[in-house]
Design a protein around this ligand. Structure first.
Ligand code: FAD
Ligand code: SF4
Length: 518
């Protein structure tokens, strides 16, 4: 062979230009299952199984056209370290060129960059040909970052990026104007679910991955979560990923925006697409998803309206691309920030769901069952609780990075550290996403089944979110001073009677003394 081409586990992009080469047997494609990947955080078992199953399916398909070397987890030759395995393989084959696609994670980028290759081996890094933007593009959309003395990142807005990228790509644009006459349909969206509204059945696959599960058992890989390895529900091929997308378009898209913030005990994925795993490991491309959804809207304007489609396109074209640009611009310092100096440990129920708080119990239990929670469960239930109670951002990040099927650091970290925990001090979000129990009550039906009383602010049965919310506001008054987006809430708090405030703070302190008891 003349060249080794490394394919990382989240680079299953079958349309990559690499594979269009007729390399005439001169290229060896290399894929590896390694303990460095199963062990850098404790993952959900379904996540490891889905990754390895998808990698194996991809290698099998690639192997029909090209030469592939696939190192399995239990192979005797496996040193379980990317650099060590590559060095060994280069020596073994005598190949003088190593190529890889741009990794999405800083961790892997650094590892490859620091790899000590013999001078005779040429190294080449190519695009993964997946994203719409380039990873160092943030300054292109926010030129002030380049010139300003203040490099803190304050004042960046996703909306500013989003409007530019809509114009640049032409998605949902007509003659330079947004289709539907406005950029944002949030005011029409984000409703709670009525009891009359039926919820589609999620499409679940039944992939038999018992053979991989046995390897995990034999190798004593530590995991969290529940799993039936004879019926893994996640897509592990491009064909299944496309089926999931079609299912979403048919049954969920007509109501996607409307209920994208709803919480409900009647379903665990509601009108969400559940395609983040397929997207993040590149079995689906963002362009194809956006174009397919826009095509469905154009063909079916009576059933799918612009508010639903714009709400969806905003997530992929807007948020997904944006968080990646933030990640690559601000790493590695980004991960070290801890704006509020929070240092509590996560309560035990994040690993069991055994809590009397119904909203938390449901969000965590379904995360353990399915390796999935939708955005509002992640942001306004489990994330909200962790921020209100002052849990260390490192603890929170490790939990989110482990438990979710779609969790890869470039997308998990900005969402958790930035959007959910405000640990970056406001680079990603202009104000912290926190709420009392009222928001959870307004958006869903958990409170009616809860041990705690949503209406009560103090007392043994009062909803913990209610007092913890005000405790958080009160202890950060000085921090929020000067943030216009927080001024209304601060005034509200300060106008309450001193006795009332004292009682609420006292109640919150009782909860904080023993969070594990909630
Ligand atoms: P849908 O609601 O159907 O949305 C469609 C697609 O839009 C998603 O598949 C996803 O690709 C994209 N999207 C939506 N919101 C975001 C967002 N905020 N950032 C980036 N892409 C977005 N997403 C991940 O892919 N990996 C993560 O590790 C991850 N961690 C998160 C942690 C926290 C604390 C929060 C608040 C959000 C996190 N998200 C993460 C974003 C979002 O919650 C998930 O993308 C979404 O729930 C995936 O489910 P879905 O495919 O059904 O999404
Ligand atoms: Fe959650 Fe409070 Fe409602 Fe219980 S009462 S479900 S803890 S918001």
């Amino acid at each position: 062979y003349r060249e080794i081409r490394l394919i990382l586990g989240d680079q299953l992009n079958a349309s990559h230009s690499w594979y269009k080469d007729d390399d005439e047997g001169r290229v060896l494609y290399v894929m590896m299952e390694m303990r460095q990947e199963t062990d850098y955080v404790v993952h959900h078992r379904q996540k490891i199984l889905a990754f390895f199953a998808a990698m194996r399916a991809f290698a099998d398909a690639l192997g029909t056209l090209h030469d592939v070397f696939y190192l399995r987890l239990d192979s005797d030759e496996n040193q379980h370290d990317l650099s060590a395995n590559l060095t060994w393989l280069l020596e073994l084959t005598g190949v003088k060129k190593l190529s890889y696609q741009e990794p999405d994670e800083y961790r892997l980028e650094s590892q490859l960059a620091q790899m000590d290759l013999p001078t005779s081996v040429q190294r080449s890094c190519v695009s993964s040909e997946h994203f719409i933007t380039q990873r160092d593009d943030l300054v292109r959309y926010f030129p002030q970052l380049d010139s300003a003395d203040d490099k803190s990142g304050k004042g960046l807005l996703m909306e500013t990026f989003y409007r530019q990228i809509r114009k640049q790509t032409g998605y949902l644009m007509d003659n330079g104007k947004p289709i539907g006459g406005k950029w944002n349909f949030d005011s029409e969206n984000r409703k709670s679910l009525s009891n009359q509204q039926s919820i589609p059945e999620p499409l679940l696959f039944k992939n038999d991955v018992c053979h991989i599960d046995t390897t995990l058992k034999n190798m004593k890989i530590r995991t969290i979560g529940n799993c039936n390895p004879s019926e893994l529900l996640w897509p592990i091929s491009r064909r299944q990923s496309r089926e999931l997308l079609e299912h979403f378009i048919r049954y969920c898209l007509p109501n996607f925006g409307r209920y994208q913030d709803a919480l409900s005990e009647r379903g665990w994925s509601l009108f969400h697409a559940r395609i983040s795993f397929s997207l993040n490991i590149k079995m689906l491309s963002p362009q194809e998803v956006i174009e397919r959804v826009i095509r469905a809207y154009e063909k079916n304007p009576d059933t799918i309206n612009i508010a639903q489609v714009e709400g969806f396109v905003r997530q992929i074209l807007g948020w997904r691309e944006y968080v990646r640009l933030i990640y690559w611009h601000f790493m590695p310092d980004y991960k070290q920030t801890n704006y509020f100096n929070h240092n509590r440990k996560l309560p035990h129920y994040y690993w069991t769901g055994d809590t009397k708080m119904r909203c938390m119990q449901q969000s965590i239990r379904q995360s353990l069952d399915y390796a999935y929670a939708h955005h509002i469960q992640r942001l306004m239930v489990t994330g909200n609780f962790a921020l209100l109670t002052g849990v260390s951002p490192d603890e929170v990040n490790a939990w989110y990075l482990g438990i979710y099927i779609d969790a890869i650091e470039w997308v998990e970290l900005p969402n958790t550290h930035g959007m959910s925990q405000f640990a970056d001090g406001g680079i990603l979000a202009s104000k912290p996403y926190v709420s009392s129990g009222n928001y959870i009550h307004k958006m869903g039906d958990h409170c009616r089944n809860c041990h705690y009383d949503i209406k009560a602010k103090t007392g043994d049965n009062s909803c913990p979110f209610n007092s913890l919310y005000w405790h958080y506001i009160d202890r950060n008054l000085a921090v929020f001073e000067g943030n216009p987006r927080m001024s209304m809430i601060i005034n509200q708090w300060q106008q309450r009677a001193p006795d009332d405030r004292a009682a609420v703070l006292k109640q919150a302190n009782i909860w904080l003394l023993d969070l594990n008891a909630l």
